[in-house]
Structure formats: structure tokens, C-alpha cells
Design a protein around this ligand. Structure first.
Ligand code: SAM
Length: 241
């Protein structure tokens, strides 16, 4: 797709979803470059199952930036299990005041993010290869905001994200429409980890031919996470808090 058609399409989809204020010409051009790099790189190795511009704009770009307005100004943010950079790369484009760390255990995805950030001239994002539970040993309570999309159920994700989150910081969990079920399963653990529910936003993302239900759970960290957390990954999964 050429740049003109892409620009029209992203403007239309962002407008349909009340996200237009996050776009301008420069940001739209970065999204065009990101989409082209994603499609080309995906031919060489598998980064995403979504391979057409319309799907990428809705399911990766618009979905990722639904949390943009929830992030306080000039925050540090960690994206746990970022994969090919979602939500972190789109957030880096629309919020250049936010300093982003993208974390994933798979090196090839992290290399993709670092080289793409360079091409897009994004100097507010750095990607690191590590498991979240290991990274927390040396980066405990370092980030104003932690976020994550499509990585694990909330009762596992909480133990990966909250130890990395500063006291008084936010943990923003991006969920599909079954968030309430996951929240009920996780709420005791979230409290043990030092946080409580601040707000839930329900969103329906749409373009001309499909609509997707999303829920964003925002937790506020009110006290330090006890030092015994995070446990190792097999314990986290075997016995969620
Ligand atoms: N967040 C991206 C998205 O929404 O497109 C990627 C989602 S992908 C389904 C899940 C990613 O989480 C994988 O890339 C995997 O390597 C990563 N992951 C799972 N557990 C992790 C952990 N404990 N620490 C770091 N990364 C992890």
C-alpha cells in the first residue's frame, strides 16, 4: 500500500475509534514506516499473524494506543512480553514524552524493536531481552508504569508486572472481553503484591468490517511488593497468588 492510501486509512480508523488527537503528519508517517517494516520482516520470520495494513492499523496500532491517555506525563514505562513491540512501539510514536523499556524473552523480537526504533528515529524506546521475573531482580520498582498485552492471565501477569512498578505507579493490563473473570481470579494476589484496582475501561475497536471488544484494567500500587515476589516462573504458574 502506498503512503497516501495508508495515511487515509489510518486517519479513518483512528477517527472511527476516537483516537485522532493522537495522530499528526509526522506520527502517521512513522506508523507507515512501522507497518511497512513489519510486513517486510514478517516475510523473513514470523513476528505477527496479522499481515495486512488494515488489520495492523486496527489490531496493533489503534489497540496499542488505547492506553496512551492513561499514562502520566514524562513517565517511565515497561512493556512486559512486548513481542514485536506491542503496545510499546505505537506508544513510543504517539507519546514522545514517555521513556519506554520493551521487554521480551525472545532475542529476535527485541532485535527487531531496536533496529526499527532506529529507523523510525525514536529515541524514547529501548528493548531488552530478559524474562520479566529475572529482570525484576535488578530493576525492582523502577518504572512509573508497567503494561502488557496478550502475555498471560492476570493472576500470572500481576506477579511479572507489579514488582517492576514503583510505589504510587500504575499497572495497566490490556485484556480482551473476559477481564472480569480474570480480575476475580487475580484480586487477592494483586492486593498481596501491593496494588488495588483504580479503573476499568471497556472499549469496542472497529473498522468498516469488524469490531473487537477490549478491557483495560488499571491498578495503582499503594505499597512495596513483598521481597519474596516474583517467584520463579514455574511457581508463578503452578500456584498463582
Ligand atoms: N505483547 C505482544 C503483542 O500483544 O503482540 C506479544 C504477545 S505474545 C502472544 C507473548 C510474548 O510474551 C512472547 O513474545 C513471549 O516471548 C513473551 N513472554 C512470555 N512470558 C514472558 C516472561 N516471563 N518474560 C518476558 N517475556 C515473556
Amino acid at each position: 500500500m502506498n503512503k497516501k492510501d495508508f495515511t487515509e486509512l489510518i486517519n479513518k480508523i483512528f477517527e472511527q475509534n476516537g483516537l485522532s488527537d493522537l495522530l499528526n503528519e509526522e506520527k502517521s508517517e512513522k506508523f507507515y514506516k512501522l507497518s511497512s517494516i513489519l510486513i517486510e520482516t514478517n516475510k523473513l520470520f514470523n513476528l505477527t499473524a496479522i499481515t495486512d495494513e488494515k488489520g495492523i492499523i486496527l489490531k496493533h496500532f489503534a489497540d496499542s494506543v488505547t492506553i496512551a491517555r492513561l499514562i502520566p506525563e514524562h513517565s517511565t514505562l515497561i512493556d512486559v512480553g512486548c513481542g514485536a513491540g506491542f503496545p510499546s512501539l505505537p506508544i513510543a510514536i504517539v507519546r514522545n514524552d514517555v521513556k519506554i523499556t520493551s521487554l521480551d524473552s525472545t532475542a529476535k523480537k527485541i532485535n527487531f524493536i531496536n533496529s526499527t526504533a532506529k529507523e523510525l528515529e525514536l529515541d524514547n524506546i529501548v528493548a531488552i531481552t530478559a524474562r520479566a521475573e529475572d529482570f525484576a531482580k535488578t530493576n525492582r520498582e523502577k518504572f512509573d508504569v508497567s503494561t502488557s498485552r496478550a502475555v498471560a492471565r492476570l493472576n500470572i501477569l500481576d506477579e511479572l508486572c507489579l514488582p517492576l512498578t514503583k510505589k504510587n505507579g500504575l499497572f495497566i493490563a490490556m485484556k480482551s472481553s473476559r477481564g472480569e473473570e480474570e480480575y476475580n481470579e487475580a484480586k487477592n494476589g494483586i492486593s498481596k503484591l501491593g496494588a488495588n484496582l483504580l479503573q476499568i475501561s471497556s472499549i469496542t475497536l472497529k473498522n468498516d468490517d469488524e469490531s473487537l471488544d477490549r478491557e483495560i484494567y488499571v491498578f495503582k500500587k499503594h505499597s512495596a511488593t513483598p521481597v519474596q515476589y516474583p517467584r520463579n516462573y514455574s511457581q508463578i504458574c503452578k500456584k498463582p497468588l
